[in-house]
Design a protein around this ligand. Structure first.
Ligand code: AMP
Ligand code: MG
Length: 340
């Protein structure tokens, strides 16, 4: 079975082909980072227009490099949500049109399920059930994953996502977009003992997150310094990152204790952060649990996770809805379990 996957939810065009016998036979990614860099964040209209330009040539290339003919495809998976509506519509229109022309199913995939299931694209995938921490530019969620497609929400951010907090903090410090890797780099030069930032929502029980107060605290700390030097900025980046990571650690620890599940799967762009990984590795030793990450290249947006999730979900497709529909907001708990 061969499935083409198309990811266009935000600022990366991802096109991949997954074969149930051979694994990934093509995996192409185009990042729009340079396009949005000078605006300090993603400009939705520019993102949509760029997906239109890149998507079809990338599909052509993916087919060519994997020796796949259109008639070899069994399904076309696309990111149906959550994401930017215009960007999602590009992938959805292309997928639905191709599927209609080829008379094969189009499979709408939940972007965050794609991130989560990207952890399965390895030789030693995690076994269900497990706790998942999804930390990306748009989401911060802790879930109990009972089987593929069966997810129970344990906690989530009530305001900014973790990645969004990194991006906004980076912007305040005059760093370029995307801010996560920039903060990580700058924080290495920062002092650990100069500022201590709050760990929001950790003093009371519960698994929800809030990052907007931490962002405001960062802004106020910066504003209180008359002419911030590079060292001041590095110290602030360090304090922000330490607080964000420590908050995530506390919530992960609580979720492992309350669910008593034996492993933790971490996905989404923020999971590329090496200090976070180090901190969670210590947590894993303390609680004797195993931690799984997708390969680094699958931590951020990609088409491979959409093609793979599409291949799993293809079995579940019964009726074919040919209308072009996207779901910019889409709770993951509404997904149907995937039959094993
Ligand atoms: P995603 O939404 O999954 O595509 O991930 C993108 C988000 O991950 C952005 O908010 C980035 O700033 C963030 N990110 C990427 N690398 C890192 C890093 N090393 N540390 C913290 N955040 C990161
Ligand atoms: Mg993403």
């Amino acid at each position: 079975m061969r499935v083409l996957g198309i990811e266009t939810s935000c600022d990366e065009t991802g096109v991949a082909i997954y074969d149930s016998d051979q694994g990934l036979v093509s995996d192409l990614l185009y990042s729009q980072v340079e396009l949005h860099e000078r605006y300090g964040g993603v400009v939705p209209e520019l993102a949509s227009r760029d997906h239109i330009i890149k998507c079809l040539p990338m599909i052509d290339l993916a087919l060519r490099e994997s020796n796949t003919r259109f008639e070899d495809l069994d399904g076309i998976a696309f990111t149906q949500g959550p994401g930017l509506v215009g960007a999602l519509l590009v992938g959805a229109s292309i997928a639905q049109s191709l599927a209609l022309a080829l008379n094969i199913p189009a499979i709408g995939i939940h972007h965050m399920e794609g991130h989560l299931l990207a952890s399965q694209l390895t030789s030693k995938p995690p076994e269900y059930p497990f706790v998942a921490l999804l930390i990306s530019g748009g989401h911060t969620q802790l879930m109990a994953c009972h089987q593929a497609g069966s997810y129970e929400l344990l906690g989530e951010s009530i305001d900014d996502a973790a990645g969004e907090a990194f991006d906004k903090t980076a912007k305040m410090l005059g760093l370029k977009y995307p801010g996560g890797p920039e903060i990580e780099k700058l924080a290495k030069q920062g002092a650990t003992d100069r500022f201590t930032f709050p760990r929001p929502m950790t003093s009371k029980p519960g698994l929800d997150f809030s990052f907007s107060g931490l962002k405001t605290h960062t802004r106020n700390t910066l504003a209180a310094i008359e002419r911030p030097t590079d060292q001041d900025k590095a110290d602030i980046a360090r304090a922000f990152q330490d607080a964000a990571i420590d908050t995530i650690r506390i919530k992960c620890e609580r979720s492992l204790i309350s669910t008593r599940l034996p492993s933790l799967v971490i996905a989404g762009g923020v999971s590329a952060n090496q200090s976070l990984r180090k901190c969670l590795a210590e947590l894993a030793i303390k609680h004797n649990v195993e931690i799984f990450y997708p390969e680094l290249k699958f931590c951020t947006d990609n088409g491979a996770m959409i093609a793979y999730t599409g291949a799993l979900r293809l079995k579940n497709v019964t009726t074919q809805n040919q209308s072009i529909q996207v779901r910019p907001r889409w709770p993951m708990t509404e997904l149907e379990a995937i039959s094993p």
